[in-house]
Design a protein around this ligand. Structure first.
Ligand SMILES: *[C@@H]1O[C@H](CO)[C@@H](O)[C@H](O)[C@H]1NC(C)=O
Ligand SMILES: *[C@@H]1O[C@H](CO)[C@@H](O)[C@H](O)[C@H]1NC(C)=O
Ligand SMILES: *[C@@H]1O[C@H](CO)[C@@H](O)[C@H](O)[C@H]1NC(C)=O
Length: 430
């Protein structure tokens, strides 16, 4: 690329940071579905000129959006981000590179980051770039007009980084704590506060929903879930455990301060020193969409399973199905509106009145016809994080990550509110 061309592009970048639209939405919305083969949560954005749908695996720990630029990337609105530009410094990139092919992912004098595939724990160098992204706005209850952002920042990955991701996926959507995560970029494009909400569906046929921006978050039949949220502070972790390359930098992941666990409202005894975060980022509790089930450090897991079993000591058990330790026939448990009738589990937060309650729909999982197991797994003694709250425990709960106020809003099971995460009205009026 000639010097004149690159300084011309630089001019375009800085003059069009803002969205190219007349309407200023307060919130945006995307669908999210579970890929059953991989247990990954997959969303769909629209990008490029001409615009095409791009499937992405959701990564709550990811710092930015990365998309494969190797294969089939055709767009007249693709612009590499050059070194020493405003966008490049926003990314915190320390890597400037020359690449000679002049095609998406490979240009001269470009700013580079390290896109990360958390499932295979691999990362590689990738060109930072800008392209058009289009997304539905929302008033919180239905789809609104599509809005377009001309220069939406992402990083190019390569085809081999897609290994281990759900079929058809072209990259990963980073929702982590970072000023270039998807939620941060949407918020700055439309001048709303950096808040987003995830509501993962347990339905195999209907998608859940991701909101960018503040509530209302309305689910059929007209229930505004933002009214039911309880809040707990998001806790800083001094060391990022998500990927080896980020060691020594603050975590992009979301940690909360679980102080104790109650089963059937009785506090269980466990080694609480494992629940706080150490100097090297070890211990504590985080929320993750990467694990299908909540993972606990071995001693916590054993105390937890024993206490849960004790509350159900009169109910006959069946042979456990790996990786679970405690399983029952549903007919011996009974069923309620919020799933199998089992003791409630409370993750108690900043004080005894603030707790995240889990009912049978989130605590138990069906493993075969009529057989349900306690859906928590033993992470071993060597885990970095003591409790990692996983996908099954998040389903049909709305979680609002309010980065502006550094707090997590959580709804507990929407089933107890007569709705589900599959009940957002995605029917378009056009
Ligand atoms: C964004 O984050 C990077 C890396 O942490 C930092 O260097 C940069 O100053 C931040 N930019 C803004 C505008 O906050
Ligand atoms: C609790 O966990 C900490 C951290 O792993 C460990 O050093 C300590 O020995 C444990 N305490 C007990 C009573 O097991
Ligand atoms: C869903 O939203 C569409 C408009 O986007 C509206 O026409 C329709 O009535 C809504 N459905 C329900 C059940 O409210």
């Amino acid at each position: 690329m000639t010097k004149i061309a690159s300084s011309f592009l630089f001019f375009i970048f800085i003059s069009s940071l803002k969205a190219s639209t007349h309407i200023q939405p307060n919130a945006l919305v995307l669908p999210v579905t579970r890929d059953y083969a991989t247990s990954q949560y997959v969303t769909l954005i629209h990008q490029r000129t001409p615009i095409v749908p791009i499937k992405l695996t959701l990564d709550l720990s990811g710092q930015f959006l990365w998309i494969n630029c190797d294969e089939g990337y055709v767009s007249s609105s693709y612009h590499p981000v050059h070194c020493n530009t405003k966008q490049c410094s926003l990314t915190g990139s320390k890597s400037c590179r020359n690449c000679f092919l002049s095609e998406p992912g490979c240009n001269m004098n470009t700013c580079n980051l390290f896109p990360n595939n958390i499932f295979t724990r691999t990362n590689q160098i990738g060109e930072v770039a800008l392209d058009v992204v289009a997304i539905h706005s929302t008033d919180g209850s239905k789809l609104g007009k599509i809005v377009t952002i001309n220069n939406f920042l992402f990083t190019c990955g390569r085809t081999n980084l897609l290994k281990g991701l759900a079929s058809g996926v072209k990259g990963m959507a980073g929702f982590g704590k970072s000023n270039i995560s998807l939620p941060s970029l949407f918020a700055s494009a439309f001048n709303f506060k950096t808040k987003f909400a995830i509501c993962l569906s347990s339905s195999k046929t209907s998608s859940g929903v991701l909101f960018f921006g503040d509530g209302p978050y309305v689910f059929l039949p007209g229930i505004d879930v933002s009214k039911f949220l309880m809040f707990t502070p998001l806790i800083e972790n001094p060391d990022n455990s998500a990927g080896p390359i980020f060691h020594g930098r603050p975590a992009a992941e979301y940690f909360i301060g679980v102080k104790s666990i109650r089963i059937d409202e009785k506090q269980i005894s466990l080694n609480t020193s494992l629940l706080s975060i150490g100097d090297e980022g070890e211990g504590g509790t985080k929320v993750s969409t990467l694990n299908p089930y909540t993972i606990m450090e071995t001693s916590i897991y054993n105390d937890f399973v024993d206490a849960f079993a004790k509350e159900l000591e009169d109910v006959p058990k069946v042979k456990p199905v790996k990786p679970f330790k405690l399983c029952f026939n549903l007919q011996n448990l009974g069923v309620t509106r919020v799933g199998p009738a089992v003791p409630t589990i409370d993750f108690v937060l900043q004080n005894k009145d603030v707790f995240w309650r889990m009912f049978g729909a989130n605590s138990m999982v069906q493993v075969s016809y009529g057989v349900y197991c306690l859906a928590f797994v033993d992470g071993g003694v060597e885990v970095t994080t003591s409790i990692v709250i996983g996908g099954h425990q998040l389903e049909d709960n709305l979680l609002q990550f309010d980065l502006h106020n550094s707090r997590l809003g959580f709804s507990s099971s929407l089933l107890s509110r007569q709705t589900t995460c599959a009940n957002f009205n995605f029917t378009s009026s056009t």
